[in-house]
Design a protein around this ligand. Structure first.
Ligand code: AMP
Ligand code: ZN
Length: 304
């Protein structure tokens, strides 16, 4: 570990375990207990709203992201799965090339898989495949789900693979807008209960390139993305969660219909579990045993 490593405090405390890759860490039990307790807190709120649990692996069909325009909008973030396809001679040549640490990509073919860039992506096609939504729409809790984004960084709040816990609301446009308005306050409150001082800010996604800047501008103008930002000691202002309104973007691609056969809107609320855990350790101390009673009480499983 080098001096000035922005993750040094967390690594020295044994909370994060370096792998040699930027933005890819192992986690100790002490770190993961907190991360999972944060997820469970979101899960409790979801259960109170009768959310349905849907847990997916961190892979999605490549075709779905193609349909959604993800490849155009976020080419820099997407991780695509390639795998070996060939005969024995190719396998030997591949191994020899790999053992010399040279480029062996010529032996690899693109598969039908990409890494899930967010926990909510598998939910929309899965709900659409069931037919029209039930009356009142649907609410899904993704559980603690891995997401991948190709944004290597030394900053421990910017990982290449991290957990999101997402709530996904699908239904009539008005009902989805109301849900989003209600959760703006509820999500701020959830973070305040953890002794954090969040604020909601209008934001946009990091769309790629010049045309991407236009898309980001329009997203901002329409107020479609809100980030909950916390000042994390040592890392500065950091979005720890976001509320995203997709209008009919997902619904139109996957043919989602309400019970009345009308077009559907969707919104999601995504909590970044590692970011919230880092915010808690940096704010309340690197030993969770010494955190304020109110914070430990809010993170119920830590009590045990
Ligand atoms: P987004 O879809 O970008 O709004 O992401 C939702 C939440 O996931 C963010 O508010 C962060 O808490 C978390 N998140 C996004 N990107 C990363 C990353 N590279 N490393 C860690 N957490 C992230
Ligand atoms: Zn989402």
């Amino acid at each position: 570990m080098t001096a000035g490593d922005p993750a040094a405090d967390l690594v020295d405390a044994g909370l994060l375990v370096p792998t040699g890759l930027p933005g890819v860490y192992g986690r100790s039990a002490a770190f993961d207990d907190v991360r999972r307790a944060v997820g469970a807190l979101v899960g409790d709120a979801a259960r109170a709203e009768h959310a349905e649990a849907m847990h997916f692996p961190p892979l999605v069909p490549r075709r779905q992201l193609e349909q959604l325009g993800y490849v155009r909008s976020f080419p820099h973030l997407l991780g695509t799965v390639f795998a070996f396809e060939g005969g024995e001679r190719d396998a030997v040549r591949q191994a020899e090339t790999a053992e010399r640490h040279e480029d062996w990509s010529e032996f690899q073919r693109m598969t039908d898989l990409v890494l899930a860039p967010a926990a909510c992506y598998p939910v929309y096609p899965a709900v659409a495949a069931r037919g029209p939504l039930p009356e009142g729409g649907a609410l899904v809790d993704t559980g603690d789900a891995y997401a991948f984004r190709r944004e290597p960084s030394e900053e421990p709040t910017r990982l290449q693979m991290f957990h999101q816990r997402e709530l996904v609301r699908l239904g009539e446009p008005e009902a989805v807008a109301d849900w989003r308005d209600a959760w703006r306050g509820r999500a701020l409150e959830l973070l305040r209960d953890l002794g954090l001082d969040p604020r909601a800010e209008a934001a946009s996604d990091p769309f790629f390139g010049r045309s991407g800047r236009l898309l980001g501008g329009s997203q901002l103008e329409q107020g479609l993305k809100l980030e909950l930002v916390v000042d994390i000691p040592g890392s500065g202002p950091t979005a720890v969660a976001s509320l995203n309104h997709h209008l009919d973007h997902f619904a139109s691609v996957f043919g989602l219909r309400t019970s009345a056969g009308r077009a559907t809107h969707t919104s999601c609320l995504a909590f970044g579990e590692e970011r919230i855990a880092v915010a808690l350790f940096r704010t309340h101390g690197l030993d969770a045993g010494g955190w304020p009673d109110a914070v430990r009480a809010a993170l119920d499983p830590l009590q045990g």
